[in-house]
Design a protein around this ligand. Sequence first.
Ligand code: ADP
Ligand code: MG
Length: 253
Amino acid sequence: MSKTIISVKNLCKNYGDFKAVKDISFDVYEGEIFGLLGPNGAGKSTTLEIIETLRKKTSGQVIVDGLDLDTQPDEIKKIIGVQLQTSGFYPNLTLLELIQLFSGLYNKKVDAMELLKKVNLQDKAKNKSKELSGGQKQRFSIATTLINEPKIVFLDEPTTGLDPQARRNLWDLIKEIRDNGATVILTTHYMDEAEQLCGRIAIMDEGKIIQLDSPDKMIDDLVATGFERPKQVKSASLEDVFIHLTGREMRDE
Ligand code: ADP
Ligand code: MG
C-alpha cells in the first residue's frame, strides 16, 4: 500500500457566487509525481494554492503529511516547496544573491553553489536573474523550491512556453527531485509530459475531478470503449523530427 502524503476531502472554493472548486477529493501518495490536468479555468491553480496554504478554502478538509491545514498551516509551509512566478525575482540580483535572500527568508542555511549545480546553473551563479533564458529561469525557480529541502514540491505549469529541449531537460530535473525522495505535484497542459512524468493524474474540468488514474489505465479504458484514433498514427511525431534534427542538448546556455 502506498502511503498518503496529501489528503484532500470534499474541497470547495467559491469566489463570491462562482464555484471554482466543487467538492473534490483525492489523495497524493508519498514519492509519486502526481499530475493535475485540465483546461484553463478548471480550478487547478486554486486547488494547489489552497494546499500550499496561500489561498483560503471555502470548505473541506486538507491534510498534508499528517498536518491539518486548518490548525497547522505554518507547519505545512515548512515541509513544502512552492515554485514562484519567475517574474517575482528581483531582476538585478545575481542567482547567488537571490538564493541567499530566500535562504534568509526560510531561515535555512544552504550551499548556494551546490543548489545551482543541481539545476545545472553553476555557470550562471554571478549572472543577474534578468539575464537568464526562459528555460534557465524555470530551472532557477525550481531550484528555489528546494532551498528548504521540502518533502513535497508544487510546480504549476513548470514547462509552459519552453522549447522541446528545455522541456525535456526539466523532465529530467523533476524526475531527479522525485528520485531524491520528494513527492511532486504538478500541473501541465502537455499530455506527453503527463504521460512521461506522472504515476497518476487527476483530470479536472469546471471545478470537478472527472477522472483519476494512471495515464496508462486511462488510455486502456478509452481503448476498451472501442475508441480509435481517426487517422493511422505514424511511428514518429513532428516533435520526434524536431528533436532528431536539432538534438536534445539545451541551446540557451
Ligand atoms: P486553472 O489553474 O485550472 O486554469 P484557476 O484555479 O486559476 O484555474 O481558476 C479557476 C476559476 O476561478 C477560473 O474561472 C478563474 O477565473 C476563477 N478565479 C481564480 N482566481 C480568482 C479570484 N481571485 N477571484 C475570482 N475568480 C477567480
Ligand atoms: Mg492555473
